[in-house]
Design a protein around this ligand. Sequence first.
Ligand code: SAH
Ligand code: MG
Length: 194
Amino acid sequence: MVYLQLEEIEKFAKENNVPIMQKDGIEFLTKYIKENNIKNILEIGSAIGYSAIKMALVNDDIKVTTIERDKNRYDLAVSNINKFNLNKRINIILDDALKIELNEKYDLIFIDAAKSQYINFFNKFDKNLNKNGIIVTDNLSFHGLVEDDSKTNNRNTKQLVKKIRKYIEFLKENKDYDTTFYKLGDGVAVSIKK
Ligand code: SAH
Ligand code: MG
């Protein structure tokens, strides 16, 4: 039952170009959550709720707070979350993540929103991370363009690639975190707070 509903969301995302996490990326993330006994999660960028639902389904006592600024996607996410009866464990907020203040602390923060703002998201929510918490970032490969941007001539895309490369440097140089980069999904980084 649950599997069918998840497949439906995957299909919807594909047909409507909603950039949900790729299969091996989300598998990696949920496995990490399970193995590291992660309970309280903050996600920046809910889209239609797919990754939030996948993370919440890892265990009955996991709580996810997720932020989405696009009203249409937010509405779809709310409806999907309700279909899974996860409304008590997934708290979805309709807002711009850079404009809201959260006081809670989380074991894991998943950054999966506007790529041009990654450094800002990281710096803003660093204070919401528990001791030994981790920040996971998605889409650091950007369809392989970060490794090789000769595949595009689009100015905006090239600008975005530059920003992602900057963020990768920022993570490598950040002395408060140990970051490992994984070549799976669309490129995933795991940054562990020291
Ligand atoms: N995590 C989702 C996919 C998120 S796609 C999944 O894997 O299922 C990225 C989403 O981030 C988009 O829906 C976009 O509207 C949202 N977003 C981008 N910038 C944002 C911001 N500053 N605040 C909140 N949401 C943002
Ligand atoms: Mg993503």
